[in-house]
Design a protein around this ligand. Structure first.
Ligand SMILES: [Zn+2]
Length: 326
C-alpha cells in the first residue's frame, strides 16, 4: 500500500491522548476504510458509533492497538454483562450436564477454523497449505501451554475446517472489510474465521461480546506475511494469530487500563503502564506487584518473546466461551 513496511513497534510512542480518532457517527463501516486514506497517526483507533468494528494496529508490521477502543466505563459495562450471562449460562449448563453427563464439566473446546486467503487480482499474496497447517499447529502449541513450563493450558485447540482463496485486490488490501467478511464468513459463534490480508497492521480482532450485534464480521484479520515462514521480520512465527485469537476469546491486552488493579480483568497478569517493544527482560513499568508480563501473548512483544497465557487468562477465555461462544 505504498507504506514502508519496516517492522517497528509503535507502542512505545503511543501517548494515551494520541490514540483516538473516533468518528462519532454514522452507523456503518466507513471508518475502517477512511483511515487508510486520511493522514492519521499510525496508532489511531477508529470505531463507529455502535462499536461494531475495531481498528488499527501495527502499521508497517508493528503491533499497535488492534481492536476497537474500550474506555474504563465500557470495560465496566462489559464485565457486568459478562458476569450476568455467565451466571445464566453456567446455571443452564449445570442443569444440562446433570441431565446428560453427570460429573462432566466443559473446559475449553476444539475450535473450527476457516482460513480465507485474500489474494490480489493476480494471485499475489498467497500462502501455502503448509503454512496454514503450521499456523494452526503454532496456535495449538501456544494455547495448550506448550512453549513454557509457566504457561497455562487454556483448554482450547484448533482444527482446520476449511480454506478458501479469493483474487480481489480490494479485499487483499482489506478494503470493504465489512462487506468481504460478511460475504465469506463461515460457521457460528464458535468458529474462528481468519482473513489473511495485506494491510498496514499485523492484525485486528473482534471481541466475543460483539458477536451478537454483528455476527457477519466476527473473526480476526491477519497480515499474511505473519504466518510461519512469512516475510514479517520479528513477527513471522505465527503468534500474531495467537494474539488476535486471544482477543477473539475475550482477552484484553495485558496493558489495558495501565497501572490499575483492574487492568485487564485478569488477576495473575501484572499491571503494565504501556505495551512492550521487542523483548526487554526485567521491564517493570508499574509500582504494582510483579514485572511486566512481556512473555504474555497479549502484550506486543516479538513473536520469539511470546511464551504464555496465564491460568487467569485461561479461566477468562473459558468463561467468555460459556457466555458468548459455546
Ligand atoms: Zn491486540
Amino acid at each position: 500500500m505504498g507504506m514502508t513496511r519496516q517492522l517497528r513497534r509503535s507502542a512505545a510512542v503511543l501517548g494515551p491522548g494520541a490514540l483516538l480518532l473516533t468518528t462519532l457517527a454514522l452507523g456503518s463501516f466507513a471508518p475502517a476504510q477512511a483511515m487508510t486514506t486520511g493522514d492519521v497517526s499510525r496508532d489511531c483507533v477508529v470505531a463507529d458509533a455502535h462499536g461494531h468494528d475495531e481498528a488499527a494496529a501495527a502499521r508497517g508490521g508493528e503491533r499497535v492497538r488492534d481492536h476497537r477502543a474500550i474506555d474504563a466505563l465500557e470495560q465496566e459495562r462489559i464485565e457486568r454483562d459478562f458476569q450476568r450471562r455467565l451466571e445464566q449460562e453456567s446455571l443452564e449448563q449445570e442443569r444440562l450436564e446433570q441431565e446428560r453427563r453427570p460429573g462432566a464439566r466443559a473446559v475449553g473446546a476444539t475450535v473450527p477454523v476457516y482460513v480465507h486467503v485474500m489474494r490480489d487480482a493476480n494471485g499475489g499474496g498467497d500462502v501455502t497449505d503448509s503454512q496454514i497447517a503450521q499456523q494452526i499447529a503454532v496456535m495449538n502449541t501456544s494455547f495448550s501451554g506448550g512453549k513454557s513450563t509457566e504457561a497455562a493450558d487454556t483448554g482450547f485447540q484448533f482444527t482446520l475446517a476449511g480454506v478458501d482463496r479469493f483474487n480481489n485486490t480490494q479485499w487483499h488490501q482489506d478494503k470493504q472489510s465489512a462487506t468481504y467478511r460478511k460475504q465469506t464468513r463461515k460457521g457460528g459463534a464458535n468458529a474462528l474465521n481468519i482473513w489473511l490480508v495485506d494491510f498496514d497492521y499485523l492484525g485486528i480482532a473482534t471481541f466475543p461480546w460483539d458477536y451478537k450485534r454483528n455476527p457477519g464480521i466476527d473473526g480476526i484479520r491477519v497480515q499474511y506475511t505473519s504466518l510461519p515462514g512469512g516475510a514479517a521480520t520479528n513477527y513471522n512465527l505465527g503468534e500474531t494469530a495467537t494474539h488476535e485469537a486471544g482477543h477473539w476469546f475475550g482477552l484484553y491486552h495485558t496493558f489495558q487500563g495501565g497501572c490499575t488493579s483492574t487492568n485487564d480483568e485478569v488477576g495473575d497478569t501484572p499491571a503494565q503502564s504501556s505495551s512492550t517493544t521487542g523483548c526487554p527482560e526485567g521491564r517493570d513499568s508499574c509500582t504494582l506487584p510483579g514485572l511486566d508480563p512481556i512473555h504474555n501473548f497479549m502484550d506486543y512483544s516479538y513473536d520469539s518473546c511470546y511464551t504464555m497465557f496465564t491460568a487467569g487468562q485461561a479461566t477468562r477465555s473459558q468463561q467468555m466461551w460459556t457466555a458468548y461462544r459455546g
